[in-house]
Design a protein around this ligand. Structure first.
Ligand code: FAD
Length: 423
């Protein structure tokens, strides 16, 4: 690994001032970098937290101060030179310089690419109509709030987390909502059938119409205004607001144009390293493999951006700090908090605790005797215990989960105490 002095005459440069870019800047300081740090962001705002933009921020006027992670003064206080409204358009790896939209060049000592992603547009006739809302940044959330206030009926295309959270917000605003989803169940990419069924029931109880196994063939437009969607089977759903929640395209063009291997994201290892020792990439713009040789995947989550940023900052300073923690994620819909850790993929047994009908339960997934992951609805203690069990490589059996008298938190504490005594 390339060792680096704590300061050189070139700055560390970060392209993208989002969740990961901010963490990379702060982690570079923690890793001992004393030189200049420049954080380029194409948005006008200081780094902010996106999760509320499809949740509570849609229910009341958006308060920017509650989502900005660090304001310009706080950044300056840490010696981070934040440059908003500045798009990085290219990387000259030979000269170790980034190229800005203005044409100016900025030399770098090390470069972090943290450019996130852009929302996928609907690939159908009229699918790029400017009235169609798709939420990624604060301006989208503002646009959605204005459009929702004027709308009576909404079609949400895509039953992923963002789509289902937006559908919940629409119902909480008393709008008629139909969610159109190509798959046969909601949240299909991310959760097990049990959790999908639970969320389908929850949304139907709250008045959401679900059009599953259905795809949008066309967006209907009259007098230049969106009027609804036509489905592939010919059905027409009228709506005066259309929301696209069909996922993200990684913003990996800086890497691709600079000749870094990309495959739906800049390919990085578990230390966020690219093939260039002076460039790391982090967050939604990357693709990585759990183990060398395993299929590439992208975790579009706050935890992933933060942990890859910490690994990437360490890597630029010549230290190996792989991101090895079990992945976790959450989603808020109505009054239900879903928290997931690990995976449910390939499970052959699911054991539940709690009250499924009352939306207060956890599902623990096993393959044979191996505990893979858990999904918890309004069961924070279960989630925290499951995370510790996975992160510490502790054993958990289906029998322990099935027995509600077994306190999982106490199990974790006992195992930690035993480990401390033998250490
Ligand atoms: P971002 O935070 O997206 O930051 C990338 C930044 O780079 C952007 O500001 C972009 O404008 C800028 N940029 C792009 N290209 C350039 C360029 N060439 N030059 C300069 N700047 C550039 N995750 C969860 O874990 N839980 C949730 O509940 C959750 N909810 C979400 C809800 C919504 C509506 C959205 C949009 C995301 C949600 N996420 C959630 C995902 C999470 O926010 C992202 O995974 C995380 O922000 C990724 O961090 P990032 O740094 O990779 O990208």
């Amino acid at each position: 690994m390339k060792q680096r002095a704590n300061r050189t005459d070139r700055p560390m440069v970060i392209a993208g001032a989002g969740q990961g870019g901010l963490q990379a800047a702060e982690s570079l300081r923690l890793e001992g970098w004393e030189g200049e740090i420049i954080l380029f962001g194409e948005e006008r705002l200081a780094p902010y937290y996106r999760p509320p933009l499809s949740k509570e921020a849609l229910l009341e006027p958006l308060d920017l101060s509650s989502i900005v992670l660090r304001g310009p003064e706080a950044l300056a206080g840490k010696g981070i030179d934040f440059r908003p409204n500045t798009r990085v358009t290219g990387v000259d790896r030979e000269k170790r310089e980034v190229i800005l939209a203005s044409g100016a060049r900025q030399p770098y000592e090390g470069l972090v690419i943290a450019t996130g992603g852009v929302n996928r547009r609907l690939p159908v006739p009229n699918g790029t109509h400017p009235d169609i809302v798709s939420i990624r940044g604060v301006d989208d959330a503002h646009k959605f709030a204005v459009s929702l206030a004027e709308a009576e009926t909404v079609v949400v295309v895509g039953a992923g987390f963002v789509g289902m959270e937006i559908a919940a917000c629409c119902r909480l605003n008393d709008k008629e909502v139909t969610v159109v989803e190509r798959e046969s169940r909601v949240l299909a990419r991310a959760v097990s059938p049990l959790i999908s069924d639970t969320y389908a029931r929850l949304h139907r109880e709250r008045g959401v119409r679900l059009a599953l196994d259905s795809s949008v063939a066309e967006v209907n437009v009259e007098n230049e205004k969106v009027k609804g969607v036509k489905l592939s089977d010919g059905r027409v759903i009228a709506a005066d607001l259309i929301v696209a929640g069909i996922g993200l395209v990684p913003a990996d063009e800086l890497g691709r144009d600079a000749g870094l291997p990309c495959d739906h994201g800049i390919i990085v290892d578990r230390c966020s390293r690219t093939i260039d020792p002076d460039i790391v990439a982090i967050g939604d713009c990357t693709a990585t493999a759990h183990e060398p040789g395993m299929p590439l995947h992208r975790l579009e989550s706050v935890q992933n951006a933060l942990e890859q940023a910490k690994s990437g900052a360490a890597a630029l300073m010549g230290r190996e700090k792989p991101f090895l923690l079990a992945p976790w994620f959450w989603s808020d819909q109505y009054e239900i908090k879903l928290q997931m850790v690990g995976t449910s993929t390939d499970h052959d047994r699911v054991v539940t605790r709690g009250d499924i009908d009352g939306y207060k339960f956890s599902a623990f997934y096993f393959k044979g005797d191996t505990f893979l992951g858990a999904a918890s609805l309004n069961r924070v203690a279960d989630h925290m215990a499951a995370r510790k069990i996975l992160d510490r490589g502790m054993k958990l059996t289906p029998e322990q989960v099935a027995d509600e008298k077994v306190n999982l938190g106490a199990l974790v504490k006992a195992a930690e105490k035993a480990a401390a005594e033998t250490a």
